[in-house]
Design a protein around this ligand. Structure first.
Ligand code: FES
Ligand SMILES: [Fe+2]
Length: 344
């Protein structure tokens, strides 16, 4: 059974990463080469020439395709070979696998599964990232860990108090378990904390002098996109916190693409709206998130090493694991479903 859900859109790269230079990236254990054609459209092919298996990413992009850097065969974005130096006949079997790609809201998404099931309407809406009403920042982390450990981390905010003391810590989190509700593509989590000390990041971004009301409305979109709509507003503000003007707002997305069973591409974006904006705030937000996510990376990679060294050791559950256990069950069911469809 594949360790990965195949019938899903995953982020292959940020839009800015893609040009007329080949980009080699391993996604769900498959070597892929990505590039832009002359029209600017993204293309993705198996990164393995059908002649002698050279990586196409060592070749050159031309207006109508990519030319292998070994013996010069050229492949169209459809994967079909369109030129063989010194030969006029081209057999239809001279081709490499092509993959569906779709560019949207600053990302190039890829579909590596059954094409008949692909619909771009299933791509998670991240439009805030390219909306001029929001100031956005972004980052990428390469993880030496299975993506499910990162899923666990993002679905359990009780760790903020202990891992992120200088950035995201909020002492109220361990006692503020979210309401959790499944929907057809994952789960939603809702949390509201009133009259609490803001986290260092929210205090800086909102320029708050005292206590705040804080909320988040999160969604986990199967298999691997985490959405966090969150904000803080001064605690003296009456009514539901998330409906108030004067709040610091963020629309964070963490988008995980397994590279291999033991490594993960982690993309994130964070569009923000600041109640008292100035030109320095978005840079400070990026710095805070880079610091916090590095704290996560160090913890999760150390955890992965322990699991690797002791694969049979059981994990004992606690109440805070509820959401991550739900998603682990949903992922397991999707994997079984995909395996059964392949071997009915
Ligand atoms: S290996 Fe690609 S053309 Fe020979
Ligand atoms: Fe974290």
């Amino acid at each position: 059974m594949s360790p990965f859900i195949k019938n899903a859109w995953y982020v292959a790269c940020f839009s800015q990463e893609l040009s007329n230079q080949p980009l080699a990236r391993t996604l769900l254990g498959q070597r892929v080469v990505l590039f832009r054609t002359a029209s600017g459209a993204p293309a993705a092919l198996e990164d393995r020439c059908c002649h002698r298996m050279a990586p196409l990413s060592r070749g050159e992009v031309e207006p109508d395709g990519i030319r292998c850097g070994y013996h010069g065969m050229k492949f169209a974005p459809t994967g079909q070979c369109i030129e063989i130096p010194g030969q006029t006949q081209i057999d239809a079997r001279m081709c490499v696998q092509d993959y569906l790609v779709h560019e949207q809201h600053g990302f190039v998404w890829i579909w590596l599964g059954d094409r008949a099931q692909a619909s771009v309407s299933a791509i998670v809406d991240c439009h805030w990232h390219t909306d001029s009403q929001w100031q956005s920042t972004q980052g990428y982390i390469h993880y030496r860990a299975n993506y499910q450990l990162i899923v666990d981390n993002l679905l359990d905010f009780s760790h903020l108090t202990f891992v992120h003391k200088t950035t995201l810590a909020n002492n109220a989190f361990p006692n503020a378990q979210p309401a959790i509700e499944p929907f057809d593509q994952g789960i939603r989590l809702t949390r509201e904390i009133r009259d609490a000390q803001p986290s260092p990041l929210h205090q800086m971004a909102g320029k708050f002098e005292g206590r705040v009301n804080f909320w988040n409305r999160q969604a986990w979109w199967l298999p691997s996109v985490f959405e966090n709509w969150a904000g803080s507003v001064e605690a003296s503000t009456p009514g539901p916190a998330h409906e108030q003007p004067g709040a610091f707002l963020l629309r964070h997305f963490s988008l995980l693409t397994p590279e291999t069973e033991h490594t993960t591409h982690y993309f994130w974006i964070q569009p923000c709206q600041f109640p008292r904006p100035d030109d320095t705030l978005i840079g400070k937000v990026k710095k805070g998130i880079d610091t916090a996510f590095e704290e996560d990376r160090q913890m999760i990679e150390a955890q992965q090493q322990n699991i690797h060294d002791n694969p049979e050791a059981p994990m004992r559950g606690i109440a805070a694991d509820k959401a991550l256990n739900m998603i682990r069950m949903m992922i397991k069911r999707r994997l079984q479903h995909e395996a059964e469809a392949l071997n009915p």
